[in-house]
Ligand binder design. Sequence first.
Ligand code: MG
Length: 388
Amino acid sequence: MKIAAIRTIALSCAVDPPYASAAGVQGRRGALLVEVETDGGIVGIGEAGPGGGATAAVIDKVLAPLVIGEDPLLIEGLWQKMFARTRQFGRRGLVMQAISGIDIALWDIAGKVAGLPVYKLLGASRDRVEAYASGGFYREGKSADDLAGEAEGYRARGFRGMKMKVGRNPSTQTHLRELLGQRAFCEVDPEEDLTRVAAVRTALGRKAKLMVDANCAWSPAIAIQMGRAMEPYDIYWLEEPVATDDIEGSAEVARALATPIAGYETELGLYGFRELIGRGAVDIVQFDLAWSGGFSEGRRIAAYAQAHHKMVAPHAFAGAVLLVASLHFAAAMPNSLALEWDQNPNAVREELLQEALRLEPDGTVKLPERPGLGIALDRAAVERYRVA
Ligand SMILES: [Mg+2]
């Protein structure tokens, strides 16, 4: 069997009204799908990280010529070849995201050839995974009561945990938001963030897990102040408190707080996570499969985390293919904690699959038992959101 063709499909949809984290305002959502076609007729589907047309160009112009004509089941060999042949301009960023999309599609092919779901091909640890509702964004006119209502909705549907945004504050002692623009949109004082967290904790009850995500907004000193102020609300993890590259600062925050520090979705690859884990910057390791090298690199990061007695909680905040890939990964790895299930309006996550994922009454998601990722795309939905 040989790889015959690789296709990229960029999807984009508007979200109205827009919603915001400390890192930016979302007025659109997108996903870059990657289809790897074999000469035997099997087609694997993957998803690559954000970057849209630029990531697609890396796949089309740089990576496809390296793997077309090769055996798609030499997954590790192809991964290493793509990584090595792009080392002068790759290693992280767009190139790693492009490799991720191809890698996920190759594992889908391997599962289809073997007649096994990917999570079993990887050596399954479990056949269902606890999911948490990822939401709690800022929106214009959204009060703490509105946010509490959102949290109650998740609890009523069976979620045993949720994540909300913090850190969209006027002063964070960093210039991140100034650089990202739309600074004044939904800005809240730190006290209001604490009110929002308190309202969500009350709505969820004492037992549910509550995670907060600062999206790299804070200085270490503010992260420590805010982290301490949030301790009464029993925070399950504090995500990306400081800048991704402030490894010492994140380690300082982790040492100062009883709350575990999770991150950093914005770091990529084994060598990036080697630093975050090895230098004590994170307690919970949170890479994104579509950014950080797919299943192949993801399991290396998870093994490195395991060697340091750390749990992994894959980040997943894009299209439906990444969500399902993350589910397989979380079911396979012994030290995975939970599946991130974005609950914000996003058509390229909600409408793309012929059979959508379902939350079980106990707050878990069952793994599809069909071969590969076990998904079929709704082609009409793909066409609806395809970027010309
Ligand atoms: Mg995050």
